[in-house]
Design a binder for this molecule. Structure first.
Ligand code: ADP
Ligand code: GLC
Length: 485
């Protein structure tokens, strides 16, 4: 089959700029597609972390002001271990400290409409005949609201085929209507079946409406978002576009998330060499000031601390966990109240509960390896990477049956133990009570060492490599190109 040229546009990319799973995906999926011999380039804003990581980035084009409110910019090219990057260099919009989306007080940058309007605008331009580059993609792959206007520009102005992947439908990217002209969209785009949404210019809605093909990051979430409880107001549109919508489960990057080779771990291990996982538990307990003991299970959590993740369901269970007895390690950041609530939880039980507020990649790896049981009680979860990391690390997860969690975790019972699919503990109703029943069930199973080993090994033998997803995305791209004719 012929080789495709693909422009993958995203607002973050691990390890340089990462606030969550999108960063992981934007690093691993393009790498998997490049490995599958596709001609792929990744387009990102030139944040300070990228400028610092690629000091030799070369200017490949000057971009004059592309629309009334967009400042001029430059396009830089860099090489990330063989993967070509294109960086939109516009210091006025991107040269800021910290998080790509919010200021130091956690408030959205007030000019996010311009910041990601420019990113979308450039993504579309590179797919058009007047692109300043000789390289021309067959397909522009937009991700989440930050690049979702690219398919809209391509729809109204012509150019390459496009697809949009929605990683989380709860972030729509809605802005004041004056940005329609400010970003250079035509008047005729201001329609209910264009970019308008409840009187605003809505990036995600525009992309979901106008991209020829759309996808999301798990089959179950693709169904759920057509339902009003999950669709955040976009359910009717997603239902209307059901024929164009696919659910493609994310993979995990086993060069980075592999207990046999992970440099962050105390001791490497694998499915057939699980004994040394214990050393990782002891090292984690010691590092965090917990009692170093192997006779109680250690529950681990790594999460954005937000309503989506259901961590508020876990919070009331602190006392019950220590009484079980068990230990709890939490690493996360997000809503200030939840951060404070978890900090308070740890205070009376420093030997049993550890809470680290912040973003710490190394500690995340050490928790995946050192915990016995991972907890992910999400209210909704488009895919979720952490449950796959914990499966790969022999740390069976307790999850709620939603989105990608439902697609990757198989509840332990007699039948699933027998057919060797059992790999975790699933509950359904989003309540502390039901979460607790599942956590207790996991703690009981943990005590039965032989059964536990089977559950761990089932999870570790799951194949979550990106190879499958890369094949499905290639098909999606080919279908988008074919539909364009
Ligand atoms: P989401 O993107 O919704 O936050 P995912 O499970 O897809 O959820 O991905 C989260 C990613 O971010 C994982 O790689 C996880 O390890 C990482 N992560 C989340 N919170 C933290 C944190 N506080 N410190 C380090 N890594 C974190
Ligand atoms: C979003 C979702 C998460 C998903 C990630 C990568 O952040 O919340 O479930 O795994 O994107 O697709």
């Amino acid at each position: 089959m012929s080789r495709l040229s693909i422009l993958f546009a995203a607002s973050e990319m691990a390890p340089w700029v990462k606030t969550g799973g999108l960063g992981d995906v934007a690093a691993a999926l393009p790498a998997a597609l490049a490995k599958a011999q596709q001609d792929i380039r990744v387009l990102l804003p030139c944040y300070p972390a990228l400028r610092a990581a690629f000091p030799a980035a070369k200017e490949v084009a000057l971009l004059p002001a592309l629309a009334p409110l967009l400042p001029p910019a430059r396009l830089l090219a860099a090489d990330a271990d063989g993967l070509p990057l294109l960086l939109v260099d516009c210091p006025q919009l991107y040269d800021r400290p910290g998080n790509p989306y919010v200021d130091t007080h956690g408030r959205d940058w007030t000019d996010n409409g311009l910041r990601f309007g420019l990113l979308s605008r450039v993504a579309a331009l590179l797919g058009q005949s007047h692109s300043p580059l000789d390289w021309r993609p067959d397909v522009v792959h937009a991700n989440d609201w930050q690049t979702a206007l690219a398919p809209a520009f391509l729809h109204y102005e012509g150019g390459a085929a496009s697809v949009l992947t929605v990683h989380n439908v709860s972030f729509p990217g809605c802005f004041d209507p004056h940005l329609l002209h400010g970003l250079g969209l035509p008047d005729r785009a201001w329609r209910f079946d264009g970019v308008e949404y409840h009187g605003n210019l809505c990036f995600l809605k525009a992309g979901l409406q106008l991209a020829p093909l759309i996808s999301t990051v798990s089959p179950t979430y693709a169904r759920e978002i057509q339902d009003k409880h999950f669709g955040y107001g976009l359910a009717p549109l997603l239902h209307y576009r059901a024929d164009a919508l696919r659910g493609i489960l994310n993979g995990i990057d086993d060069a980075i998330w592999n207990p046999a080779t992970d440099p962050a771990l105390e001791a490497p291990y694998a499915a057939n060499r699980l004994a040394s996982k214990r050393q990782n538990k002891a090292a984690l307990q010691a590092q965090l000031g917990l009692a170093v003991r192997d006779d109680v299970p250690l529950f681990g959590v790594i999460s954005r601390l937000t309503h989506q993740k259901g961590v508020d369901l876990l919070h009331p269970l602190g006392k019950a966990i220590t009484h079980l007895p068990a230990q709890l390690v939490v690493l996360g950041s997000g809503e200030k109240e939840l951060e404070a609530g978890f900090r308070e939880l740890a205070e009376p039980h420093p030997d049993a509960v550890s809470v680290t507020v912040g973003f710490n990649e190394t500690l995340a790896h050490r928790i995946e390896a050192g915990a016995d049981i991972f907890v992910m009680p999400s209210r909704f979860e488009p895919c979720g990477l952490n449950q796959m990391y914990s499966l790969a690390y022999g740390t069976p997860p307790v999850v709620r049956a939603t989105g990608g969690l439902a697609d990757t975790v198989v509840d332990v019972n007699e039948a699933t133990l027998l057919d060797k699919t059992a790999n975790g503990f699933v509950f359904h109703h989003p309540s502390s009570h039901d979460l607790w029943i599942a956590m207790e069930r996991a703690a009981r199973a943990w005590k039965d060492r032989r059964t536990w080993l089977r559950i761990q090994q089932n999870g570790m033998r799951n194949d979550f490599s990106w190879r499958h997803a890369a094949g499905e995305y290639l098909q999606l791209y080919r279908d988008a190109v074919a539909a364009r004719g």
